[in-house]
Design a binder for this molecule. Structure first.
Ligand code: URA
Length: 424
């Protein structure tokens, strides 16, 4: 295959055949196309877009770069949720065990952080001993046994997405409707789902800045997933403000546990319940009652044990105020109310504290980030947030940049809804 010709064809606005796309994906997945050529190809797609037929071909080729999970016949529907990426977005962590307790099978294949948005895999790997690298057999076995498994793309499951995702993260090629659609659905179709709920974010810290762009992405995902036999709905949700009060891998695990124990922030609980309520056979009351029962919290530990976590070390870490070497409060420079808590600035600061990547090989520092964030509408009766850092210099850098993230007003501001639209 002449990969250079393919890059040039896409660069010049041509339409690629499904066969050419499948060959390109396979060649990259088996290592015969170098990163620099694939990066150029991705950038050509970023600028030129893809037709529906091209997006479908890319999605199916990425799915078929690995195995499609095969589950035994069973009464429990196979379902999942995926987010297009946000700051403080930890919904998958409490939602996955909740769905299993509600009687679904949940083979959740997630991703790492992308750009300034956090990733479920990075969050889970802040738990001592937890592995996200499961074989297809382990995935199926665990889902059959306890109802849920949380893992990443591997050499066996959606390997093309594993490689493309890491490359897109560091080449400015994330915010593309066809690339996001193919990335998400290659993983979700590899799970062999009956139903999917999508959380499509828009706003300052989302890949889609406007609601119109988010709607276009949601339609692309819902239409293709539905065509592939997966009953799919999408929530359009606000990502101008971080979700919950913590951003950073371990701090988000801790907040997810609070949610499972009935103490988490209101917006997180609202979104967890709303996602569950979109699935066939569920509604918000059932989801809220099950969440409050404590059973999903117990199942979360079962899931951790099944995936190698050291439960003793996990519970000890949970009891620590912070495992980060430096913790510092950010005082408010005025009185009144928080009018804006800018998720973009917060995401950038958390990434630069070491919570995200600048290059493919960047090391993640799981314990850094922010917590106890004051959110829009809240009175300023305490510091704006706490900074968890590796060094005093990092904490200082964060404190300086975070001042611009919080806008203060004399009057309590009106608030936009978190969930703005439901499609599908
Ligand atoms: N989540 C994914 O899995 N892929 C993307 O491209 C964006 C969000």
């Amino acid at each position: 295959m002449n990969f250079l010709q393919l890059i040039e064809q896409k660069r010049d606005g041509g339409e690629l055949s499904p066969e050419a796309i499948a060959k390109a994906v396979n060649a990259f997945a088996n290592g015969s196309v170098p990163d620099y050529q694939m990066a150029a190809f991705l950038m050509a797609i970023q600028f030129q877009g893809m037709t529906l037929a091209e997006t479908r071909a890319l999605t199916l080729a990425m799915r078929d770069s690995g195995e499609v999970l095969q589950f035994p016949e069973d009464d429990r529907p196979i379902v999942d949720k995926h987010s297009t990426g946000g700051v403080g977005d930890k919904v998958s962590l409490p939602l996955a065990p909740l769905l299993a307790c509600l009687g679904y099978r949940v083979p959740m294949i997630s991703g790492r952080g992308l750009g300034i948005t956090g990733g479920t895999l990075d969050k889970l790997e802040s738990i001592p001993g937890f592995t996200t690298q499961l074989s297809a057999e382990q995935f199926v076995g665990q889902v059959q046994e306890i109802g849920v498994a949380l893992g990443g793309q591997t050499d066996e499951i959606a390997p093309a997405d594993k490689a493309l995702y890491a490359l897109r993260d560091v080449t400015g090629t994330v915010p593309s409707v066809p690339l996001i659609t193919a990335s998400i659905l290659s993983k979700k179709l590899a799970e062999n789902l009956d139903a999917l709920v999508m959380d499509v974010k828009f706003g300052a810290a989302a890949f889609m800045h406007t609601r119109d762009d988010a709607r276009a992405l949601a339609k692309s995902i819902v239409n293709l997933a539905t065509e592939c036999g997966v009953q799919t709905t999408a929530l359009l949700t606000d990502m101008d403000t971080p979700l919950g009060c913590a951003a950073g891998n371990w701090l988000e695990v801790k907040e997810s546990i609070a949610c499972l124990e009935g103490n988490g922030p209101k917006d997180l609980k609202e979104l967890v319940i709303a996602c569950a309520a979109q699935l066939p056979g569920c509604d918000a009351n059932r989801a809220a009652t099950e969440l409050a029962s404590g059973r999903p919290r117990i199942l979360f530990n079962k899931l951790l044990a099944a995936q190698g976590a050291d439960l003793g070390a996990f519970e000890t870490k949970l009891k620590q105020e912070t495992p980060a070497p430096v913790v510092r409060e950010l005082p408010a420079r005025g009185n009144g109310f928080v009018a804006r808590c800018d998720a973009r600035i917060i995401g950038e600061v958390v990434r630069d504290l070491g919570g995200g990547r600048q290059t493919k090989d960047s090391e993640i520092h799981p314990d850094v980030g922010l917590d106890q964030m004051l959110k829009p509408g809240e009175a300023i009766d305490r510091p704006l947030c706490r900074i968890h850092a590796r060094t005093e210099a990092d904490a200082e850098m964060a404190a300086e940049r975070l001042v611009a993230a919080f806008e203060i007003a004399d009057e309590r501001p009106g608030l936009d809804p978190l969930i703005c639209e439901i499609l599908g």
